[in-house]
Design a protein around this ligand. Structure first.
Ligand code: NCD
Length: 329
């Protein structure tokens, strides 16, 4: 297990993460990946602790991944579904969180369609002088730290399966393609990838990649480039991360048609010929098959790391729960 001291109580954003924290997460996740390869895939680390999954927005991967991670650490889990909760009777989100606190919850995992909700709940938990930790599982267009950490684990494990670590990404060319504007996954990934010293190339149509992104990740070891066409981003790339068109967050018509988008920015077998021969493709899911990535490429294990991302997610979330839960190995 990682030896570095971990002092963070909440994980809301990666903006202020330092290299030793990334490496602690990667090293701890690698230990849990080993646990998950055993016949009995469970450890008593968080026995007696309560992890509440408060998902105020739909989710398949993140929600189940956190739930399984908590169960593998032997925590008791509570889950919440907005439609069947007291929110429908007018209870506020903070009162909902206080209810979970009163039941003895130790860790709250929170997803919400508005940016800032996990931070607001963390502030309230601190104000009440509770010891509760809050993990942001995706808030609006703001951040999705556990996704970027599992992406970092997947990429660094592809480079060195035995010892995933931040320095492996230094100078690697990583393209992030698609709906950057609405993507919390892209924002968290920019922090972590720029922190690793990678070359990060953002590509998308101008309506989905505004110039303000040029300032993102400044004062970090990595280099950031913006492209309004795909080819320069793909040229000699080591990794390509493609993103879903977040139609639920688009308030205007930002694209002529999905067909045109696929023609210009869809990742296909032909297009990845521009990349390094051993390029790997990632997508956080859920995928619009045939829009941001072609169906055959998505299913091709030679190039696609999409299933590994989902598998890595459980080990990385175990690591986060362990680190903020102060678990003893
Ligand atoms: C992402 C999310 O919810 O932000 N998905 C995920 O957590 N795996 C990306 C998306 O919804 O497109």
């Amino acid at each position: 297990m990682a030896t570095t001291t971990w002092t963070r109580r909440h994980v809301i954003s990666l903006a202020d993460f330092v290299p030793s924290e990334y490496d602690t997460v990667l090293q701890t996740a690698a230990s849990f990946r080993e646990v998950l390869s055993r016949r009995v895939k469970k450890v008593p680390t968080l026995q007696g602790q309560v992890v509440a999954n408060l998902f105020f927005e739909p989710s398949t991967r993140t929600r189940n991944s956190f739930e399984l991670a908590a169960k593998r650490l032997s925590a008791d889990t509570l889950s919440f579904a907005q439609a069947t909760s007291s929110l429908t009777k007018g209870e506020t989100i903070l009162d909902t969180a206080i209810t979970y606190l009163a039941m003895g919850t130790n860790i709250m995992v929170i997803r919400h369609k508005e940016a800032g909700v996990p931070q607001a709940i963390a502030n309230e938990m601190d104000r009440l002088q509770s010891q509760v930790s809050v993990l942001n599982a995706g808030d609006g267009q703001h951040e999705h730290p556990s996704q970027a950490l599992l992406d970092l684990f997947t990429i660094s494990s592809a480079l060195d399966p035995d010892r995933p670590r931040l320095e492996l990404l230094k100078d690697k060319k990583i393209a992030i393609v698609g709906d950057i504007l609405h993507s919390r996954v892209a924002r968290s990934n920019i922090w972590s990838l720029m922190g690793s010293g990678a070359e990060v190339h953002l590509a998308g149509p101008p309506t989905l990649l505004p110039l303000l992104f040029a300032d993102y990740g400044k004062h970090r070891p990595g280099k950031l480039f913006l492209h309004w066409d795909l080819e320069p981003a793909l040229q000699d790339a080591d990794f390509v991360m493609t993103l879903r068109l977040q139609k639920e967050r688009m308030s205007q018509h930002l694209l002529p048609s999905l067909r045109e988008y696929h023609q210009l920015f869809g990742i296909t077998r032909d297009r990845i010929q521009l990349c390094k021969p051993d390029v790997k493709v990632l997508h956080p899911g859920p995928v619009n098959r045939g829009v941001e990535i072609s169906s055959d490429l998505m299913d091709d294990p030679q190039f696609s790391l999409i299933s590994q991302q989902v598998t890595s997610g459980v080990a990385v979330r175990m690591a986060l729960l362990y680190l903020i839960g102060g678990g003893k190995a």
